[in-house]
Design a protein around this ligand. Sequence first.
Ligand code: PMP
Length: 478
Amino acid sequence: MQRFTAKKSVQNISVSLWRRCLSSSSQTAAVKDSDEFLSKLPPFDYVPPPYTGPSADVILSKRKEFLSPSVSCLYRKPLNIVDGKMQYLFDESGRRYLDAFAGIAVVNCGHCHPDVVEPVINQIKRLQHPTVLYLNHAIADFSEALASKLPGDLKVVFFTNSGTEANELALMMARLYTGCQDIVSIRNGYHGNAAGTMGATAQSMWKFNVVQTGVHHAINPDPYRGVFGSDGEKYARDVQDLIQYGTTGHIAGFICEAIQGVGGIVELAPGYLSAAYDIVKKAGGLFIADEVQSGFARTGNFWGFEAHNVVPDIVTMAKGIGNGFPLGAVVTTPEIAGVLTRRCYFNTFGGNAVSTTAGLAVLKVIEKEKLQENASMVGSYLKDKLTQLKEKHELIGDVRGRGLMLGVELVTDRKLKTPATAETLHIMDQMKENGVLVGKGGYFGNVFRITPPLCFTKDDADYLVEAMDYSMSKMGRK
Ligand code: PMP
């Protein structure tokens, strides 16, 4: 069993809130408390090799000088993460963190899973990049295995390198197939950051001031903040209205996430998707399921859409598909796929031998280690515990999500649902000090995104909830 201690100084925290709740005389006690707390981190039998690379400060100054100013870091004092093993990450000093973010819902099998790493190393030693213009078994084997995970006629796979590319391709196919231009997407959704996908993305902070055309954004069927509460059918009427009043009456398609990820783990109101699906079909549109975050067993189903009784025409995926390797895919029917033969569609790196080897390994690990079942079981355990924590802390306005795609929304006033943005940042920092890394999202940046590797255990869940409780209690709000 390894024990890791907290750093012996309290960080230079700028938020006045933190100053209010922790006077300097109590800092030493706080560090001691934190040390004690960290000793409860579930045991884990792995010691990373010593790190001899540059320090966090050196890396940060290089990033500032050479990387785009748009590339930001989490935490007031950014973390230098140098090792990973399953659901744990390690910083430059060897300190261990429970990873409840998984590189933004990517590392579903766990960090550096040997059954993913080994086949990839073997492939890269043998051949890295033949291009798809020659035959090689890696892409063929993976596309066969991937197609077997999808229902009905969804049997034709195109590989890309990212979720954005996958969604761009899906939107284009829908437009080509239907001969229509109009797409409906949902407000607060995120689908990527290239020309078409930025149009489909519906949060102002992700939309640059460039031409974005042909997308209508429907009212978000958000059970917590939405105008119709949990009445999915009422929200779906807005899709009908958009089509009726904003288009020719025919659309190319409808794109949505089964659970909004970047938007703050927002579940669709019950009944929404199946009602919207019928409306879209009547208008001749294709239903595109964006499974970039919710796919690959994360929600306790293999695909997020499975919880809604609909079969999409096109499914897009990335993130969890490669456990960290740059890989995305679009899966559709042979008939829809046929539109791409009208011109040449080619993607140099899409479907390369190394990424597709990783993809196949990921499917095997999910199956062998029953990660879908684990996501469902540990996810509902964790959700129950977080819901209990809501009883204790007024600050928690909502707990939601499925499987290991969970959200905790913080508000300063439960009735007004005032976003607790500063508090979210502060607690996230404190949780990091207490050995837990969570993500953050939502339009107001006030939602914890809990999307750990799917090998997360009940003990990990207990520790996460304790760390959240401890950090919230320290805020002096209960
Ligand atoms: N769709 C969804 C649902 C996403 O969450 C993301 C990434 N956050 C994307 C698409 C775009 O994926 P990528 O960053 O790989 O381009």
